[in-house]
Design a binder for this molecule. Structure first.
Ligand SMILES: Nc1ncnc2c1ncn2[C@@H]1O[C@H](COP(=O)(O)OP(=O)(O)OP(=O)(O)O)[C@@H](O)[C@H]1O
Ligand SMILES: [Mg+2]
Length: 328
C-alpha cells in the first residue's frame, strides 16, 4: 500500500469576475512509497502548494482523488497520521514556542504530562533549545521554520507533508533539516516535501516528481535518473597546441593553462586521448559528467532540448557543445 497516492487531480480557479477559469492542476498523478523521502520539485507557480493544499483538504479539487494509506485523505483517521508544515507558516506571535507547541499538542488530545515531555524533546530536536520561552514575534524566519517542523511532528505522524521546508534556513539550518528528515526516514516515516532548491533534494531524496505547469512531467528514482544520464565526457590535457586540438575537432576551453575538452557521451574517448598523446600532449584527467538534478529539471523545462548546462560553460557565456568524437 502506498503512503500517498494522487490520481487525476485537477484544480482551477476563477478570476475575480468569474469570467475566466485558470486551470492550475491539469491531472496530477503521483505515488509515494512508504518510508521514502519524496521530493516534489518545480519552479514558482507550477502548482506545488495547490497540490499540497488539496492533499491537506484546504482546497477541494475539481476532479481526482487523494489517498493516504489507501484511505481518502479527507477522513479523520487519515488526517491524524499526517504532519503538515505550510508554506510561509504564521503562528500566533504573542505565544512562546513552548506555549504554541503545547497548544498544537492539545489539538491532538495529547495528555498534558506527555505533551510537556514531547514538546521539550521536539524543541531540542529542531535546534530551538534556549528559545522555548521567547515570544514568537521575536523569532527569525529560520526559527519559525524550525518551530513549524516541531509543530508538524507533535502528533508523531507517519507521513510528513512539508511545503518548502528549506525556505528561510541558512546553510547550518539546511544541514540540520536534512539530518532531521533523514532521521525521520530511519524511523520509518514517509516525507513528502516541495522545493525548488535542487541541491537540498539531491543530497537526500529517494524519488522526485517534477511538476511543471500543473502536470507531473517526470517521476522516478533519483539514483536511476542520474545514473543513466552521462551527458558528456571531459578530457583535461596540456602541453599541446591549440592548432593540434583544432585538428582533433573537439570543443575545448582553456582554463589555468589546461585545455578542457568536451566530448558527447557517445564519443570515442579513446580516439581523442590517443590523438592528444600522438600530438605530444599530456592527459591530466578523463571523467564522465553526469546530469545533475538541475540539468534534468532544466531539460524538462526546455522540452528536453537542454544540452550541456550553461553552469559548466566555457567561460564565454555560451554553453559548450560536446563534440561527437575526434580524428587523429
Ligand atoms: N486562490 C487562488 N486563486 C487564483 N489563483 C491561484 C490561487 N492559488 C494559486 N493560484 C495560482 O496557481 C498557480 C500555482 O500556484 P502555487 O502556489 O500552487 O505554485 P507553487 O508551485 O507552490 O509556487 P511557489 O514555488 O512560488 O510556491 C499560480 O499561478 C498561482 O497564481
Ligand atoms: Mg508554493
Amino acid at each position: 500500500m502506498k503512503a500517498l497516492e494522487i490520481k487525476g487531480l485537477k484544480k482551477s480557479f476563477r478570476s475575480n469576475f468569474l469570467i475566466k477559469k485558470f486551470h492550475i492542476l491539469k491531472g496530477i498523478d503521483l505515488e509515494v512509497e512508504k518510508g521514502e523521502i519524496y521530493g516534489f520539485l518545480g519552479p514558482n507557480g507550477a502548482g506545488k502548494t495547490t497540490t499540497i493544499k488539496c492533499i491537506m483538504g484546504l482546497l477541494s479539487p475539481d476532479a481526482g482523488e487523494v489517498l493516504i494509506d489507501g484511505e481518502p485523505a479527507a477522513t479523520v483517521k487519515a488526517r491524524q497520521r499526517i504532519g503538515f508544515l505550510p508554506e510561509n507558516p504564521y503562528f500566533y506571535d504573542y505565544l512562546t514556542a513552548r506555549e504554541f507547541l503545547l497548544f498544537s499538542a492539545s489539538l491532538f488530545n495529547i495528555p498534558e504530562k506527555e505533551a510537556r515531555d514531547k514538546v521539550a524533546a521536539l524543541i531540542h530536536r529542531v535546534g530551538l533549545s534556549g528559545h522555548e520561552d521567547l515570544k514568537l514575534r521575536k523569532f527569525s524566519k529560520g526559527m519559525i521554520q524550525r518551530l513549524g517542523l516541531a509543530q508538524a511532528l507533535v502528533n508523531d505522524p507517519d507521513l510528513l507533508i512539508l511545503d518548502e521546508p528549506f525556505s528561510g534556513l541558512d546553510p547550518v539550518g539546511r544541514k540540520d533539516l536534512r539530518t532531521l528528515i533523514l532521521s525521520l526516514r530511519e524511523q520509518g516515516k514517509t516525507v513528502f516535501f516541495s522545493s525548488h532548491i535542487l541541491q537540498d533534494m539531491e543530497l537526500m531524496v529517494d524519488r522526485v516528481g517534477i511538476i511543471l505547469d500543473g502536470a507531473i512531467r517526470r517521476q522516478g528514482r533519483l539514483s536511476e535518473m542520474i545514473a543513466h544520464s552521462t551527458q558528456y565526457h571531459e578530457v583535461v590535457c596540456d602541453r599541446i597546441s591549440e592548432k593540434a586540438l583544432a585538428r582533433i575537432q573537439a570543443n575545448f576551453a582553456l582554463r589555468d593553462g589546461q585545455f578542457i575538452l568536451t566530448l558527447a557521451s557517445d564519443a570515442d574517448v579513446n580516439l581523442v586521448v590517443e590523438s592528444i598523446i600522438h600530438n605530444s600532449g599530456r592527459i591530466l584527467a578523463v571523467h564522465p559528467v553526469k546530469m545533475t538534478l538541475e540539468d534534468i529539471f532544466f531539460s524538462e523545462m526546455t522540452g528536453g532540448s537542454y544540452g550541456v548546462p550553461t553552469s559548466r560553460s566555457n567561460g564565454t557565456g555560451e554553453p559548450r557543445r560536446p563534440a561527437t568524437g575526434g580524428k587523429p
